[in-house]
Design a protein around this ligand. Sequence first.
Ligand SMILES: Nc1ncnc2c1ncn2[C@@H]1O[C@H](COP(=O)(O)OP(=O)(O)OP(=O)(O)O)[C@@H](O)[C@H]1O
Ligand SMILES: [Mg+2]
Length: 265
Amino acid sequence: MSHAAASPGFPASPAPLRTAAVAARATDLSKVYGQGDTRVVALDSVSVDFGKAQFTAIMGPSGSGKSTLMHCMAGLDTISGGSARIGDTELSSLNDRQLTRLRRDKIGFIFQAFNLLPTLTALENITLPMDIAARKPEKAWLDAVIETVGLSGRLSHRPAQLSGGQQQRVAVARALAAQPEIIFADEPTGNLDSRSGAEVLGFLRESVRAMNQTVVMVTHDPVAAGYADRVVFLADGRIVEELHEPTADSVLDRMRLFDSKGRTS
Ligand SMILES: Nc1ncnc2c1ncn2[C@@H]1O[C@H](COP(=O)(O)OP(=O)(O)OP(=O)(O)O)[C@@H](O)[C@H]1O
Ligand SMILES: [Mg+2]
């Protein structure tokens, strides 16, 4: 099933490169919060690869470690054991300054709360990471991203003057504009109505197909997961299941199976 018609800004034919290269890899990754009575094992020896030009969805019950996995992989949180790698770079080998630079140059983030700066216009928000890095946005690419997310007429608006869906599209454009090695999105459509959500998902899907962007997205929504190439299910900080070429129905079936297992055990 094709989820998105070719968007105006993107090339019509798929980009040729589809290698088995790995964009990010967790190996026996563990994360423990607190100690004694408050000790929580949020990630328990998780090993997973995120392939280049692949769209991966992460699903699982509340508290299963989805956000923790994203934060550890993105270098936003320290790890307790194992390893987290972006490309060939082992995150724990980096000092703070190197980590900041890696996040800035290689990683895009999209969070549920849009995290836009209220005093900047939509365009300034989109180019902010590149401005901070003193990198010139590639004009043609920037134009394509803006046109495809449908923000051409809203570039000088501030976030408060935009709808929720438009704000999230600014956040998506900001992540894509810098062409990062990998985009981590934590429930990027959680705050959106279904139409705006579908637009954002179609756009992420299209960036993977046409531009070989790598995307890892946390979601609770089987329909959203159906846009991905693959779904990884977490429970209690462990990977319990994986689905390839998912559809909303196959994801829903799998979720029901977990539910019934949970109730009978
Ligand atoms: N900063 C923290 N300090 C202590 N415990 C934490 C912290 N962050 C997360 N946890 C705990 O780690 C576990 C995993 O949390 P995480 O936020 O990764 O879950 P999640 O799968 O993203 O859940 P949700 O679907 O509700 O967003 C939870 O038990 C949570 O309480
Ligand atoms: Mg979470």
